[in-house]
Design a protein around this ligand. Structure first.
Ligand SMILES: Cc1ncc(COP(=O)(O)O)c(C=O)c1O
Length: 394
């Protein structure tokens, strides 16, 4: 009673994750969800989980159930060095920190870097979970302009010229929410700009391995290693419930991330890290990744084809070569939140895009569509339904 008075000022800046609220609607019977951002359960390598578990118990015994160093389980950090090399990231085991999901790294970065009133530069739109991780540390946000190729380098340059930016947060590859990937030329420009201003950039890369077409683009970390904290996760290529993410960060920042993590959870689950170590080092990830890609590619193609077939001409949408999302934009003035409730009446859910902007009032006419959870037929049917709802609505 009256405990509200006890809340810290910081706590009052926090808000429920609207997507989680939307996902509650999605659990209604018969609802087709294009709303979530979660991997299909069929993408988890269930057929080897039992063997991996036995291997971990046989190989590591009680060590897999013991407290472990904050930085991460040694064999996993070693395996991650090899995993990161093809992404152009030349790291040593000591440079890799394991965290409880990449979300855990985002929160730790917020805690280490943001003082109240500092400015963080983010794309418009950006990953909602990053805003949710940073906002409790009470930053202001600087808006970075984007187009269909992602961040516009000139916008970054202008923002950095104005000064006072603590760090830049980007999802350069198959971005959540737009699916967009920043092309190589722009990446080179971005790398040159952050080097020129000696700025710190957080590269969040959960989707880079999920490529269905085209060729890989080098990570920003590979182009400007001293200025980039690279974050990734095993959530999309192994299993999100294991809560395993990791980062490669410059030494001066890494040291503080470790101290912060000690205070948060001492370390991430030893057993889960041991499973992941065996999954990667045993070659199972390399073997299984094509199955995940083959699962998602036809779903994404089905969604793009359905959008081409059914959506009105006054809409445009991204055509990503990978990831988990497609971003659609309607004509100015069309309110996707209202459309969302109409769509829900017809048993189709998506996420209104306005939630991914740091500035209120932006992105009213945008929507995020996820294609990983439904089958191809359902995707076709639900995009057709959405198109009909749009026609009735406008
Ligand atoms: C861009 C981005 N970053 C981070 C995360 C968090 O992932 P996890 O904490 O499961 O590693 C997600 C999850 O969807 C994401 O899309």
């Amino acid at each position: 009673m009256g405990f509200d008075k006890l809340l810290a000022d910081r706590t009052k800046t926090m808000d429920v994750n609207v997507i989680r609220e939307i996902l509650k609607v999605v659990s209604q019977p018969g609802m087709v969800s294009l709303a979530g951002g979660i991997p299909a359960p069929e993408s988890f390598p269930m057929e080897i989980m039992r063997d991996l578990t036995s291997t971990v118990i046989d190989k590591y015994g009680a060590k897999a159930f013991q407290y472990d160093p904050t930085e991460g389980f040694g064999p996993l950090r070693e395996a991650l060095v090899d995993y990161l090399r093809p992404k152009g990231i030349q790291s040593k085991m000591e440079e890799i920190l394991v965290a409880s999901g990449s979300q855990g790294v985002l929160d730790a970065l917020g805690k280490v870097l943001i003082s109240k009133g500092d400015t963080v530069a983010v794309e418009a739109p950006t990953y909602l979970g990053a805003l949710q991780a940073f906002t409790p540390y009470e930053p202001a946000y600087a808006r970075l302009d984007t187009d269909e190729k992602g961040l516009i380098p000139e916008s970054l340059e202008k923002v950095l010229e104005r000064g006072g930016i603590k760090f830049i947060y980007l999802v350069p590859t198959f971005q959540n929410p737009t699916g967009r990937t920043i092309p190589l030329e722009r990446r080179k420009d971005i790398a040159a700009i952050i080097s020129k201003f000696n700025a710190l950039l957080i590269e969040d890369d959960p989707y880079g391995s999920l490529r269905y077409r085209g060729t890989d683009v080098p990570t920003l970390k590979s182009l400007a290693p001293d200025n980039v904290v690279y974050i990734s996760t095993l959530s999309k290529v192994f299993a999100p419930g294991l809560r395993l993410g990791f980062c490669v960060a410059p030494a001066q920042i890494r040291k503080w991330l470790v101290i912060v993590k000690q205070g948060t959870d001492l370390h991430s689950s030893t057993f889960n890290q041991a499973l992941a170590a065996e999954y990667i080092a045993g070659g199972f990830l390399a073997k299984h990744l094509p199955n995940i890609i083959n699962l998602y590619r036809p779903k994404q193609e089905a969604m793009l084809a359905a959008l081409d077939n059914y959506f009105p001409d006054r809409f445009s949408w991204s055509r990503p070569e990978g990831g988990m999302f497609i971003w659609a934009e309607g004509p100015p003035g069309l309110d996707m939140q209202t459309l969302y409730w109409k769509a829900v009446e017809h048993k189709v859910a998506f996420v209104p895009g306005k939630y991914f902007y740091s500035t209120p009032g932006e992105g009213i006419e945008t929507m995020r569509l996820n294609f990983t959870m439904a089958d191809e037929q359902t995707i076709d049917r639900s995009i057709k339904t959405l198109a009909e709802v749009i026609e009735d609505f406008s």
